[in-house]
Design a protein around this ligand. Structure first.
Ligand SMILES: [Zn+2]
Length: 146
C-alpha cells in the first residue's frame, strides 16, 4: 500500500497496539522520540519500538488515531511451533509472512509446500500431494481406532 506525505506536522507519537513481529508479544508499541507524519485521510506514519526489555524491536507503523493500519515488518498470525520439525516451521512461517503482506497466491503455494513437507516427514506415500494427504488421513484414522 502506498502512502503519500501531506505534511510533516509534529505529532505526539501515541502507542500503537499490535503483536510484535520480532518477539511475538502483544503490546502497545511506544514512540522512539520521532514525530509522526500526516499522510492524509486521517492516517499518520511513524516509528515505534516494542516495550519488552528483551526485544525493543523497531517497527514502522501507519495508524489512524492510534489504531494500526499497516506495519513493517508486518505482524503475522501467531502459532505454536514447538515440536514441529524446523523445515516445516520454515515453510509455514514463509506462508504466514506472504499472507501478512497480502500475497495470498504466494502464501497458498507455501502452504502447499508445508503440506508436502508434512507428508514427507510422516512418510506418506502416493503419486501426488492429494494421494499423500489421503494416505496420511488413513494412517491417522488407523492410529485413532487402535
Ligand atoms: Zn518485541
Amino acid at each position: 500500500m502506498k502512502f503519500t506525505v501531506k505534511t510533516n506536522t509534529p505529532f505526539d507519537a501515541r502507542p500503537v497496539p499490535l503483536r510484535c513481529p520480532h518477539c511475538g508479544r502483544e503490546a502497545a508499541m511506544v514512540g522512539i522520540g520521532a514525530h509522526d507524519i500526516d499522510v492524509g485521510g486521517g492516517l499518520w506514519c511513524g516509528q515505534r519500538m516494542c516495550p519488552s526489555p528483551g526485544c525493543k524491536g523497531h517497527i514502522f507503523v501507519v495508524h489512524r488515531q492510534g489504531t494500526l493500519v499497516e506495519s513493517y515488518p508486518p505482524s503475522t498470525i501467531d502459532f505454536d511451533s514447538s515440536a514441529i520439525p524446523p523445515n516445516i516451521v520454515s515453510s509455514f512461517n514463509e506462508a504466514l509472512l506472504c499472507h501478512s503482506v497480502g500475497s495470498f497466491v504466494a502464501s497458498a503455494l507455501m502452504v502447499r509446500r508445508t503440506l508436502e513437507e508434512v507428508c514427507l516427514d510422516k512418510g506418506a506415500t502416493g503419486k501426488d500431494l492429494k494421494a499423500r494427504i489421503a494416505d496420511l488421513k488413513e494412517r491417522l484414522l488407523f492410529l485413532a481406532s487402535s
